[in-house]
Design a protein around this ligand. Structure first.
Ligand code: APR
Ligand code: PHB
Length: 389
């Protein structure tokens, strides 16, 4: 089999790249090791930057987003119950849109199914070859038969644990990583959110986040130790702990109920350099991971595939490789700025084993500076709503 671009992974990065290339008349095949239902079953975050909303519109998959997306003009930061609102629209005339990543993935997957573009799910033993040569190849097994696809380019959209980055010779890669000694215990509940906007809370007992999926479905998180077990957390214990970390009036308003999903996500900052190896391009979680505190994971993936799609459109359309040749530098420039912001939000709002009394005073002073300085609030607003290119 032959195609122009082989896309490994049908997460939001792979599906969006497939969609943008399809609309530009460039042939692409998506190869995914899981089933479509499994991919859709993963609960992930859901705060979209304006550039991500614009990209979903460009891809022609924003119908539901336009009706179900919740536009937020600000966010609340809480420090030991002391609340401060960051007014995105007042400070910089921008906003974010709350719309679940699962819904973004569903919209992209449905668009691909209805257009009939080629996707191979439940592909086993996917491997990539000769991406540093004249023609790249992808191999996989399906229903016991081994298949090979010859292609001009391979897009590694297969996430942190994927095969594409793992196929790059170690000496060609530089990896940067910070692992945090805590995770986020998240609960999904069919109850109205406790507040109109998200609340990011620092408390001496640990971080907490109040988020939502819709006016009737909410998502809450509390910081727990990295080795904590979900089984140790009854719904009651979770609600008690969440209330203790919030402003008392907010805690009073909290509507609780049976969790419909409960899981612990580890926190990691990770960057691979470079993100292009001949005919192989890494995008999304295959190239970088951010802790979820800045709500950047999905937005970074969308930014990468927009750059990659434009570069490939330029390659096939204008016969120019300027975009392809600058892809890695452009992705890394934005990646490190976003890593910095996500690390800063994580440092401000979590309790670290090493924080100590001095560290807690510094965190408090950082929060007080945020409250008292328009410049500091504007910096947060700019990074949270999405840095300009
Ligand atoms: N072969 C084929 N597919 C693979 C392989 C493989 N060897 N390994 C992984 N995959 C698939 C996974 O099953 C998954 O569906 O690649 C897909 C990667 O999707 P994501 O992990 O969602 O990564 P990405 O599309 O880059 O989206 C990044 O996801 O984790 C969130 O916070 C992150 O929001 C960000 C977004
Ligand atoms: C979520 O709604 O799941 C969510 C929102 C904001 C974050 C992380 C997760 O920073």
């Amino acid at each position: 089999m032959r195609t122009q671009v082989a896309i490994i992974g049908a997460g939001p990065a792979g599906l969006m790249l497939g969609r943008l290339l399809e609309r530009a008349g460039i042939e692409a095949v998506i190869i995914e090791r899981r089933s479509a239902d499994y991919v859709l079953g993963r609960i992930r975050a859901g705060v979209l930057e304006q550039s991500t909303v614009e990209l979903l519109a460009r891809a022609g998959v924003d119908e539901r987003l336009k009706t179900e997306g919740l536009v937020h003009d600000g966010v609340e930061i809480s420090f030991d119950g002391d609340m401060h609102r960051i007014d995105f629209s007042g400070l910089i005339g921008r906003h974010v849109t709350v719309y679940g990543q699962t819904e973004v993935t569903r919209d992209l997957m449905e668009a691909r199914t209805s257009s009939g573009a080629s996707s191979i799910y439940e592909a086993e033993d996917v491997s990539i070859h000769d991406f540093d040569g004249a023609r790249a190849r992808v191999r996989y097994r399906k229903d016991g038969v081994t298949h090979e696809i010859a292609c001009d380019f391979i897009a590694g959209c297969d996430g942190f644990h994927g095969v594409t980055r793992a196929s790059v010779p170690k000496k060609a890669l530089q990896l940067f990583e910070r692992v945090y000694h805590f995770g986020w215990l998240g609960v999904l509940v069919d109850k109205p959110p406790v507040a109109e906007e998200l609340i990011y809370a620092h408390h001496e007992r640990g971080f907490a986040l109040c988020s939502m999926r819709s006016p009737s479905r909410s998502r809450y998180y509390v910081q727990v130790d990295a080795d904590e077990k979900v089984a140790a957390w009854s719904d009651e214990r979770f609600w008690d702990e969440l209330r203790r970390r919030l402003n008392p009036e907010v805690a009073e308003r909290l509507e609780t109920g049976p969790s419909i999903e409960k899981s612990i996500a580890p926190l990691r900052s990770f960057v691979a350099e470079p993100v292009r190896f001949g005919r192989l391009f890494l995008a999304g979680d295959a190239a970088h991971i951010v802790p979820p505190t800045g709500a950047k994971g999905l937005n970074m993936a969308m930014h990468d595939v927009r750059l990659l799609a434009d570069a490939l459109i330029q390659h096939y359309g204008d016969k120019s490789d300027a975009g392809i040749d600058s892809y890695s530098a452009k992705v890394l420039a934005r990646t490190w700025k976003t890593e910095r912001f996500s690390w800063w939000m994580t440092s401000l709002l979590h309790v670290f084993p090493t924080t100590g009394a001095f560290g807690r005073r510094i965190q408090r002073a950082e929060f007080d500076y945020l409250k008292s300085s328009r410049a500091a609030a504007t910096c947060l607003a700019e990074n949270y709503t999405g840095l300009p290119d």
